[in-house]
Design a protein around this ligand. Structure first.
Ligand code: COA
Length: 532
């Protein structure tokens, strides 16, 4: 065993300061998560309960196997927008009858469970996760369909939701819809496209057009039950495969459907693994409040991987990027972690080689971000930093093993790309509350803008207003700072959630388990031209 040593001193003032800064950020995060849990607020929750209905999260909980975890995804979707935090939908991965499933549940307490642009993004992301990892999908539906005032943002791209359901089915991934209430118009295609449907007596309403619309269109008089009730669909149209007497019965029947899927993961679960040698609690005290202060990512790795056992690859070469092999909850992983922030040529080449090795060995990769990007300056340009950064980005782009990204600190510029940022399709990407991501740091960005504006004024022969420049710089800096923060980025679905650093091992373990539902196979060749 090659157990990592530690130099972290939990009694030091630095540790105390780092921890205090992290706990303050976690308290802010809790307050935002509470908003998502609160759904549409007390009034609508009380009305919903008054109708004898379960809340979205209660439905999820009753669906899952008792005492199993639910990895909720994108809980902060829509943060910072005009829509409710959480985007009127719950998505996540949970275990039903021993099967890891991708579960979505619309929240009818938020504007009738209608889908706004962020709900759509969140739902499409959930489908992407189900597809890539071959997770059976269960949709718990009760929704007013499209959020009508924002229809222009969702109507046309929203068609992908129904397309995805049948593509999942075509790929042999089971899809199950349980309808708790309204699922009308476009929403009717959720049960319509699913492999299995459950509807509830006197509750489910599944029709292309409700009574008023039918009256307008054809003059026909009708009622909800005869147009789209559960009994009608179970006895007459055949759209309901299972007729449930109430919500509990519907969830029970959904569990029976999963039990009968004969579902098998591509890779068997490994035996229980040895935990890290060091306390995971200490992960709260590693990242400094000021990201300019570097930290050793080995301290993080030592608290995340099995038995803190890590075999480092090329430790003496390109030391600003730590690479090496470990196991996480019993599954092999390769880890790439930024050490000193900047990526130089050697780090980039080392990363490209390491990623190829992981592909040869079918080993998933974990990227731990704390980078300000690739090195700039004459010496580095002349040394070929563009070529070498391109090699790393080529390797990341064409790698076929699953990637997991965790933004611990900075994730700036092309460094975000090379470390498998969102656009590089990591299977999952999570951010710590300490992270920041943008094209560059706020100060640098404001400074660059100011230099460009000054040069532009000089070229036109105009005087430059230094006072206005200082004001503009401060404003830009503040704007970029707020747009670099994890809650803002999570709101835009640029990650799958902001997590407590102390949960990193658990979250990555749940992801790796889900990932191994599908075959894990690396690329054998198939990379682009490596510019040497
Ligand atoms: N778009 C935007 N807002 C919607 C909405 C939608 N599709 N559906 C409901 N809302 C809003 C309501 O205006 C209401 O807002 P308010 O409380 O500020 O007045 C809130 O959500 C709750 O709706 P309400 O009708 O009181 O809830 P309900 O539980 O009694 O009924 C529905 C829910 C979904 C059955 C009902 O709202 C409905 O029929 N909505 C329209 C459905 C539709 O035709 N959608 C288009 C499909 S493409």
């Amino acid at each position: 065993m090659t157990v990592l040593p530690t130099a972290l001193d939990p009694r030091s003032p630095e540790y105390a300061a780092n921890r205090a800064a992290m706990l303050a950020k976690l308290a802010d995060l809790d307050a935002e998560h509470a908003k998502a849990l609160g759904g549409g607020g007390e009034k609508y929750v009380a009305r919903h309960r008054g109708r004898g209905k379960l809340l979205a999260r209660e439905r999820v909980e009753l669906l899952l196997d008792p005492d199993t975890p639910f990895l909720e995804l994108s809980p902060l979707a829509a943060w910072g927008s005009d829509y409710a935090v959480g985007a009127s939908m719950v998505t996540g991965i949970g275990v039903v009858e021993g099967v890891e499933c991708l579960i979505t549940a619309t929240d009818p307490t938020v504007r009738g469970g209608a889908s706004n642009p962020w709900t759509l993004k969140k739902a499409l992301r959930a489908n992407e996760i189900a597809y890539a990892n071959r997770l059976p999908c269960i949709s718990l539906v009760e929704s007013g369909g499209a959020d009508l005032p924002s229809q222009k943002e969702i109507f046309i791209p929203g068609g992908a939701l129904f397309r995805d359901i049948t593509r999942l089915s075509a790929a042999g991934i089971p899809t199950i819809a349980v309808v708790f209430g309204n699922s009308t118009a476009g929403g009717a295609y959720i049960p319509g496209m699913s492999d299995h449907t459950v509807m509830i007596k006197d509750r489910s309403k599944v029709f292309l057009g409700g009574p008023p619309l039918v009256k307008m269109a054809t003059g026909e008089e009708s009622d909800d039950e005869s147009l789209g009730g559960a009994e009608m669909h179970a006895r007459t149209s055949g759209l309901a495969d299972h007729f449930a007497v109430d919500e509990y019965d519907a969830l029970r029947q959904a569990r029976r459907i999963v039990a009968r899927l004969n579902w098998r993961k591509a890779h068997a679960d490994p035996p229980p693994a040895e935990p890290p040698k060091y306390d995971e609690e200490e992960l709260a005290g590693i990242v400094p409040g000021d990201l300019k202060v570097p930290f050793d990512p080995r301290e993080v790795i030592a608290r995340v991987v099995d038995a803190s056992d890590f075999d480092e690859f090329k430790p003496l070469y390109g030391p600003s990027l730590v690479t090496g092999w470990a196991r996480l909850h019993g599954r092999p992983v390769g880890i790439l972690a930024n050490a000193q922030g900047v990526l130089f040529s050697a780090e980039s080449q080392k990363a490209a080689q390491f990623i190829q090795l992981a592909n040869q060995r079918d080993t998933p990769l974990v990227f731990l971000h704390n980078t300000t990007g690739y090195m700039v300056g004459k010496e580095y340009e002349q040394g070929g930093i563009i070529k070498h950064g391109a090699m790393m980005i080529n390797a990341v782009s064409n790698s076929k093993v699953p990637h997991l990204s965790v933004l611990m600190g900075a994730s700036y510029g092309a460094g975000h790309y090379g470390m498998c940022g969102r656009a590089y399709d990591p299977r999952f990407l999570f951010a710590w509350p300490s992270s920041k991501s943008a094209v560059m740091g706020p100060q640098q960005l404001a400074g660059v803008l100011s230099i460009v504006a000054r040069a532009s004024a000089a070229a036109k022969g105009r005087p430059y207003d230094d006072e206005a420049d200082a004001g503009l710089r401060a404003m830009v800096e503040q704007q970029i700072e707020s747009e670099s923060l994890p809650m803002f980025l999570s709101g835009r679905l640029y990650d799958d959630g902001v997590i407590d650093p102390r949960d990193t091992r658990t979250v990555l373990g749940l992801c790796l388990s889900a990932i191994h539902t599908a075959p894990v196979e690396g690329a054998r060749g198939g990379f682009g031209v490596f510019r040497m």
